[in-house]
Design a protein around this ligand. Structure first.
Ligand SMILES: [Fe+2]
Ligand SMILES: [Fe+2]
Length: 422
């Protein structure tokens, strides 16, 4: 593993730096006069609302990544890495200036300072966005206090892999396609092309740095897997439009299924290029790699729409499709962790939803709706309390201590269940 040649090795830090010099552009030089005319005269109302929502996420995202990159420069072990990261910080500031100008000069949000313009567009931010970028703020603080390779690997996974590759890059792709296709908003098109080219370079660098860190310190794998498990339940919610914004994606020429599929594909390929294929990450699998990217996107959206993940506004839906997907994820997690146990059966007895059971054998594990005659363990709970544990909203031990989950069985069987579902 340590000597394997990775996709990340095909580019050098020096190349990446040289590409930055060649790719320099001016955010203050872009001419937005046609865009102003198109925005107010040619766009439909829903397109304006959708674009304001979507580009406000970019504006605030660029502001946050510009502010939070400094500790990465300090923590990077090599000079070449530090130099590239300083160029990236300049880029992120330039991107924020570009989106800030767009808000002021095209949309007309107003605002004397960048802070003013940010404030005026803040109501557009989604719950998933706020959670994701609050985590990035905290990550920057953690990295200031701990410059170790595992901490830097987790930080790069959040910044370069999740925020840049899985969330921003798919958005940029559809934005470029959409405006190119209808010939409107030429200034914005030009800026977005430059932003997308910069981001591609940043992601290429992040993948390379991550590959080097993982090779140099085996603990990095654990740090990356932990980070993914922690943040995916809310980063997945970032692009979910607000109530009333159900048609936003379509108004901008794509569907949520398409953009989530793109994101799933982008994240997996970057992790693999860094020597971290999903199926080799330690512990509970952060992503259902047994599914295609499209199926993964559909499951993510189903969990979001049914309230299993995302902002908690009440109990999640327990309809059969949601239950089936949740128990399939559990089955896959048991199979992935290859826990060697005696055959064990676990029955879920929900007070408010259909019962399910799991039959674990070495080599084959199945889940099914229904009731077993004599299960080794019975778990009683509401569907909501179980779903919270299953997606990591609540720790299993805490839920048991609070009596939200009430497992019953012989001490031996309970111990086997803990190993299976840990
Ligand atoms: Fe950026
Ligand atoms: Fe970037």
């Amino acid at each position: 593993m340590a000597t394997a040649t990775l996709a990340a090795d095909q580019v050098s830090y020096e190349d990446l730096y040289a590409r930055w010099e060649k790719g320099n552009w001016s955010a203050t030089g872009i001419d937005f006069s046609r865009d102003h005319h198109d925005w107010h005269g040619r766009l439909e109302e829903i397109q304006r609302r959708a674009a304001l929502w979507n580009y406000a996420l970019f504006f605030h995202g660029e502001d946050s990544v510009a502010d939070n990159l400094s500790p990465y420069i300090d923590a990077a072990p090599r000079e070449e890495q530090k130099y590239f990261l300083t160029t990236q910080q300049v880029d992120e500031a330039r991107h924020a200036v570009f989106f800030g100008r767009f808000m002021n000069e095209v949309v007309g949000t107003g605002g004397e300072t960048i802070a003013d313009t940010l404030e005026r567009t803040r109501p557009e931010l989604t719950w998933g966005f706020r959670k994701t970028f609050e985590r990035l703020d905290r990550m920057a603080d953690e990295l200031r206090a701990d410059r170790s390779k595992p901490k830097l690997a987790a930080a790069v996974t959040l910044y370069h892999i999740i925020i840049e590759a899985a969330l921003a890059q798919p958005g940029q792709h559809y934005i470029e396609d959409f405006w190119k296709g209808n010939g409107l908003m030429p200034g914005f098109q030009e800026g977005m092309e430059n932003v997308a080219r910069d981001e591609q370079r940043h992601i290429g660098f992040g993948v390379k740095l991550l590959a080097d860190l993982v090779r140099e310190d085996p603990d990095c794998r654990y740090a990356v897997a932990d980070l993914l498990r922690e943040v995916l339940p809310y980063t997945t919610a970032l692009l979910r439009p607000p109530p009333g914004g159900e048609g936003y994606a379509e108004a901008l020429g794509f569907t949520l299924e398409e953009i989530y599929t793109f994101g799933a594909q982008s994240m997996e390929s970057k992790l693999a290029a860094a020597g971290l294929p999903l199926e080799e990450l330690p512990g509970r699998p952060p992503l259902p790699y047994n599914l295609t990217h499209e199926q993964r996107a559909r499951r993510g959206l189903l969990f979001l729409r049914s309230g299993v993940i995302g902002e908690k506004l009440g109990p999640p839906s327990s309809d059969p499709e949601v239950q089936a997907e949740l128990f399939d994820a559990l089955r896959m997690s048991v199979v992935h962790q290859k826990v060697a146990v005696e055959p064990t059966t676990v029955q879920w007895d929900f007070s408010d939803a259909a019962p399910w059971f799991l039959r674990a054998h070495n080599g084959s594990t199945t889940v099914e709706q229904g009731r077993l005659e004599q299960p080794d363990v019975v778990i009683r709970s509401t569907f909501e309390d179980w779903a919270d544990v299953a997606v990591g909203r609540e720790d299993a031990r805490v839920a048991i201590a609070k009596r939200k989950l009430r497992p019953k069985g012989s001490p031996r069987a309970l111990w086997r269940m803990t190993k299976l579902l840990a």
